[in-house]
Ligand binder design. Structure first.
Ligand SMILES: C[S@@+](CC[C@H](N)C(=O)[O-])C[C@H]1O[C@@H](n2cnc3c(N)ncnc32)[C@H](O)[C@@H]1O
Length: 242
């Protein structure tokens, strides 16, 4: 998958792109991320990318011209049109289903907004899909762009150690994930649940299903009324997963 990110703060992505699974995905040739500083397309001595809002009011607005020029230059080099994504609080809610959907695309383009907002003609002319990562307001679209890339990267086949290890995650099936434990079996007088030491895979699977149900009912009852994408009773993936 190729991802092009338009931002006036490309430096924010340095650590994100050079560590952990996102780095591994790139090293394996499964993910290619290209950063484009659209300030380079801004005119005038100050290369300003923002201006005052028509109609008055506080804050500044991202101007259309630098974004249009950057997009025109980029698209001239592409064979096909990528899927255009614009992170924004006013957008469709970003969730695991959308992450899965985007992970099947071969090419995404993300525009990172800043200021009080962006000139709406950017959205209209380029048919950007606006997506919100949550009901709160951040200073810019860079962190949301990282959220999108991170959530997609781990879904690309071959990125996770075990291809099935994302399948039992919260939101991948109707319920939240169950609790996890690792060695030692007792840590500072805190034992792990006995069933996990039993070696009885059927009992472990039943316990995990029950924990998923209890947690979801207590923490996210809204999920129980959502249409399931996979049966709550479908078998667990192998316990040896990464
Ligand atoms: C300060 S915010 C602008 C908020 C805007 N005035 C509003 O109330 O919807 C600046 C930029 O950060 C990004 N952003 C902020 N919060 C976001 C969120 N929850 N999801 C996705 N993008 C967000 C968007 O690109 C937005 O244009």
């Amino acid at each position: 998958m190729r991802v092009d990110i338009l931002t006036i703060f490309p430096g924010l992505f340095q650590g994100f792109l050079s560590e952990s699974l996102v780095r591994i995905a790139q090293e394996k040739g499964l993910l290619e991320v290209h950063l484009h500083d659209f300030r380079e397309f801004a005119k005038g001595p100050r290369r300003s990318v923002d201006d005052k809002p028509f109609g008055g009011g506080p804050g500044m607005v991202l101007k259309p011209e630098p974004v249009f020029l950057c997009l025109e230059a980029l698209l001239a080099g592409f064979q096909t049109r990528p899927r255009f994504i614009l992170p924004a609080p006013v957008g469709r809610r970003f969730d695991q289903a959308l992450a899965r959907e985007l992970s099947r695309e071969s090419h995404l383009l993300l525009l990172c907004g800043r200021y009080e907002g962006y000139d709406e003609r950017i959205v209209d002319a380029w048919h950007f899909e606006e997506i919100s990562i949550g009901d709160y307001v951040l200073t810019g679209g860079e962190v949301p762009a990282m959220v999108v890339v991170d959530s997609i990267a781990r879904l690309l086949p071959g990125v996770l150690g075990h291809d099935l290890s994302a399948a039992d995650d919260s939101f991948e099936q109707p319920l939240l994930d169950h609790p996890h434990y690792t060695r030692p079996a007792t840590f500072r007088d805190l034992p792990v649940p006995e069933v996990l030491l039993s070696g009885d895979h059927a009992r472990v699977a039943t316990w995990r299903r029950e924990q998923r149900r209890l947690r979801t009912a207590a923490r996210r009852p809204d999920l129980l009324s959502e249409k399931p994408t996979r049966s709550a009773d479908s078998p667990e993936t192998p316990t040896t997963e990464a």
